[in-house]
Design a protein around this ligand. Structure first.
Ligand code: ZN
Length: 333
């Protein structure tokens, strides 16, 4: 039994930089024809020069069969003219409200009352440039996504033509927004789809399952599984794969390195639910249409051939480290 996927696409990926690119780029390029590459480096990608040179570093490793689609890290000092100057350079703008995630200290405070932010969104709406949002507040950790719902709603209503992606959606409380607001979309990760807090805290603490937004309750996981299996037209895959060196993980850094196991684990999930035909639209078609991408033409094949996930990739512990997966990527040409 084999699965064939046409040009799989990861709509939310952290590749990091420097020596780590030697691990992260091949891990994704083996399975994906491209990715929306997130800009929260240290320092973040806030201008054309840093974006172009980062793209070149990724392409030098990934080659022609992996297309990185770049993003801008939005800061309070950006103007509409800055965004307009990036037409054709970036595929989206990433908003990480201050304090929400790794390296988001430079993000925006008090969004809806921020006039320069509103002017930037107006320019993006006119350019039809999507906004990708890490939607969490400073509330209790399990409530942070749900508490961001009014901000999503306010932004969607104020800019009805701006396409907004609720990134790495993990709370079922946000799902009704997809049907309520025509211009709200969502990415779903592997870990929010398959895991709940038991995986992180139910036995020994497993730092490789810790991320922001944190994986949540069984009810949240089941609600996400339902909308993905029902092929909701506004949901597509984004891994949010976000590696940290083991030393940082030991200090509690948030981020899950899922890239090496994405397609095998998702194949197991869709097969278990007798829904292998839903993989292609979730893993490529919908994101490709949303971002209007011209991806490298690739066919990635998987077959049933059990393997054990390595405990480390270049000093980073992957999701499902040491566990056995049934499906294996056999050909990504
Ligand atoms: Zn992310």
């Amino acid at each position: 039994m084999q699965i064939e996927l046409k040009s799989p696409f990861d709509a939310h990926l952290h590749l990091r930089d420097g020596a780590m690119l030697e691990t992260t780029v091949p891990a994704s390029a083996e399975q994906f024809a491209g990715a929306i590459v997130m800009p929260n480096l240290q320092p973040p990608l806030t201008d054309r020069h840093t974006i172009d040179s980062y793209r070149a570093r990724i392409e030098a490793i990934g080659g022609e069969s992996f297309a990185p689609a770049m993003t801008l890290f939005l800061t309070p000092s950006h103007t509409p003219a800055d965004i307009e100057a990036l037409k054709g350079v970036i595929s989206a703008v990433k908003l990480s409200p201050a304090g929400s995630t790794t390296h988001s200290e430079k993000g925006l405070h008090d969004l809806v009352n921020n006039h320069s932010f509103m002017a930037v969104l107006e320019a993006m709406e006119a350019m039809d440039l999507p906004l990708c949002v890490h939607g969490e507040t400073g509330d209790f950790v399990l409530d942070r996504e749900a508490a961001f719902a009014p901000t999503y709603r306010a932004l969607a209503r104020r800019f009805p033509k701006l396409r907004i992606v609720m990134e790495h959606l993990g709370s079922r409380a946000l799902l009704p927004l997809l049907d309520e607001q025509p211009n709200l979309y969502a990415t779903v990760t592997l870990h929010h789809l398959l895991l709940d807090l038991d995986a992180l805290l139910g036995g020994m603490l497993r730092p490789e399952c810790f991320c922001k937004p944190v994986i949540k309750t069984p009810a949240d996981r089941e609600a996400l599984q339902k909308v993905v299996l029902d092929a909701h037209p506004k949901i597509f895959f984004g891994s949010d794969s976000a590696p940290h060196p083991q030393a940082d993980k030991a200090r509690g850094a948030a981020g899950i390195f899922s890239a090496p196991v994405v397609l095998p684990a998702l194949a197991g999930f869709f097969e278990q639910h007798d829904a292998l035909d839903r993989m292609q639209p979730f893993l490529s078609d919908r994101a490709r249409d949303f971002y209007r991408l011209d991806l490298p033409d690739r066919t990635v094949r998987l077959k049933k051939d059990p393997w054990r996930v390595p405990v480390s990739y270049g000093g980073v512990t992957p999701l499902f480290s040491g566990e056995r997966l049934i499906w294996r990527v056999v050909d990504g040409a």
